[in-house]
Design a protein around this ligand. Structure first.
Ligand SMILES: Nc1ncnc2c1ncn2[C@@H]1O[C@H](COP(=O)(O)OP(=O)(O)OP(=O)(O)O)[C@@H](O)[C@H]1O
Ligand SMILES: [Mg+2]
Length: 50
């Protein structure tokens, strides 16, 4: 699957990950909008398991 867009959302996640403080990011939205795919993409990008 080709992952598209989500540049703003990825920036928010990148900033939280690189922060020196503790961070909590909430992911919400209507069904099938791409929440799970976004978080899996981010996890894979940073070496997490699939
Ligand atoms: N960034 C994206 N690029 C391409 N396709 C996407 C993207 N985000 C979502 N999709 C497509 O939309 C489908 C639904 O995405 P996903 O399962 O992540 O939604 P969800 O918000 O987690 O839904 P639910 O609320 O039902 O859990 C995916 O299977 C994928 O095909
Ligand atoms: Mg989901």
């Amino acid at each position: 699957m080709l992952f598209v867009n989500r540049e703003y959302e990825l920036r928010v996640l990148e900033e939280a990950l690189s922060s020196s403080k503790s961070e909590l990011v909430l992911t919400y939205g209507r069904r099938r909008i791409g929440k799970t795919v976004l978080l899996k993409y981010f996890r894979r990008k940073h070496g997490g398991y699939i």
